[in-house]
Design a protein around this ligand. Structure first.
Ligand code: ACO
Length: 380
């Protein structure tokens, strides 16, 4: 019998209708709820984007004030969560911690979804607000520092840097951080978002849906890539060594981290914005090493792939790690920062999934054996 076709990695499969995110992969364009990412990052705060994702329209001034005030009021951690962070094994990755905290936070909430497809995740904003505090507190405890109370007069991004460093960042750095959260807040049916929708489709809680999505984001082919990009940059060490390194990686069929994307067939628009911030900060801090190595990788690898007829461009992770390093953020927090931002997008998708929900249940193509003669235990 002829083997039926199937889409490995679900490439090209349309799994649902959605109004949240549109990606034009050919042109390298990205829209949240119809607004271009360039406009949003230029004119909005991260809190405004979370509002847009949860309520599907941009807030008025007073709506944004009320929403920001509410979100900021949730930033501080309950004592039990601080204890959890303290007790977490030192060798564990903070993504495992975030996943556990998200599942734990569920116990604070009266869930509505057991009997219907409704969800109260617009009301339980601590899911979004506290992730930044958990990530910053993890890093502080790891370095032997104390918990820092979040401030409610700073943007989400600036407050994250404040909690991490123990001192207020300069306004430009606070703005860059907040904008990076905007750029990572949503991206259609990627692996982690699809995970969140699959779990939500069973009418499980939004907390378990997000916790599962975090597990998916943790992987090095998804959110873990920017951490690996910096390891690559450090291993190369100097712009002059890039060509040899890239050729060696290609000959061993190694993936070059931060390059390539399932959907974009042009430079990722988020990578373009982050590259500008990286240029800015490299200039201000007079530290160009990482940027120069990255640009050389982009050039050499880009040319090699073009010659093979498979052009590949930088994705969002390519420049973000180097930018975070210049902001003084430890490498281990790179993927958690992605999660801190993406919680907004995951919640938007969970809400959308619950409307007109149908449980996800694809099929697999069975390629195993059939009708084997059963051998009793004593004869094996
Ligand atoms: N380095 C080297 N070759 C690559 C790369 C890369 N980064 N990306 C794609 N290719 C090659 C593949 O080897 C493959 O070649 P082949 O046809 O000869 O087998 C071809 O391009 C197609 O690549 P796939 O892996 O099939 O592309 P897919 O859509 O499945 O994967 C992915 C996309 C996972 C992003 C891939 O490009 C990759 O592994 N990139 C590096 C990891 C990374 O940066 N991940 C972050 C993605 S963005 C995000 O999650 C936020």
């Amino acid at each position: 019998m002829e083997k039926p076709d199937y889409a490995k990695g679900l490439e090209g499969v349309i799994a649902a209708e959605s109004r949240i995110c549109y990606i034009d992969g050919q042109q390298g364009k990205l829209y949240y709820m119809g607004y271009s990412i360039e406009d949003l990052v230029e004119q909005c705060s991260f809190e405004e984007i979370v509002y847009l994702l949860l309520y599907r329209n941009l807030p008025t001034g007073s709506e944004l004030d009320g929403f920001s005030e509410r979100m900021r009021s949730f930033r501080a951690l309950p004592e039990q969560v601080k204890q959890m962070i303290h007790a977490f094994p030192t060798g564990a990755h903070p993504m495992e911690l975030l996943q556990s905290v998200m599942a734990y936070l569920s116990s604070y909430v009266q869930h509505k979804i057991q009997h219907s497809a409704t969800c109260n995740c617009r009301d339980t904003l601590h899911q979004v607000a506290q992730m930044a505090t958990v990530a910053a507190t993890y890093a502080r405890y790891r370095d032997g520092n104390d918990y820092i109370e979040p401030r409610d007069d700073l943007s989400h991004g600036a407050n994250f840097l404040y909690m991490l460093r123990g001192e207020e960042p300069d306004p430009d750095e606070g703005e860059i951080m907040d904008n990076c959260l905007i750029l990572h807040a949503e991206h259609g049916f990627n692996a982690s978002t699809f995970t969140s929708r699959v779990v939500a489709s069973t009418l499980s809680t939004c907390y378990s849906s997000i916790s599962a999505a975090m597990g998916s984001l943790y992987g090095s082919l998804h959110g873990g890539a920017n951490e690996r990009v910096l390891k690559m940059v450090d291993a190369i060490g100097d712009k002059s060594k890039v060509e040899k390194w890239v050729d060696n990686a290609l000959s061993k069929k190694q993936k070059v981290m931060g390059m390539g994307h399932r959907v974009y067939k042009a430079k990722d628009p988020r990578a373009k914005v982050i590259e500008k911030y990286l240029q800015d900060l490299s200039d201000r801090k007079n530290n160009w090493r990482d940027y120069e190595i990255l640009k050389e990788i982009e050039r050499v690898f880009g040319n090699r792939m073009k010659d093979k007829g498979k052009p590949i461009y930088p994705n969002v992770d390519f420049f973000s790690g180097a930018l975070y390093r210049l902001l003084g953020i430890p490498t281990i927090l790179f993927t958690p920062i992605f999660a801190v931002a993406r919680v907004g997008g995951w919640l938007a998708h969970i809400l959308e999934q619950r409307e007109g929900n149908r449980i996800y249940r694809p099929k697999s193509l069975y390629v195993g054996k059939k009708d084997l003669p059963f051998v009793p235990l004593e004869k094996r």
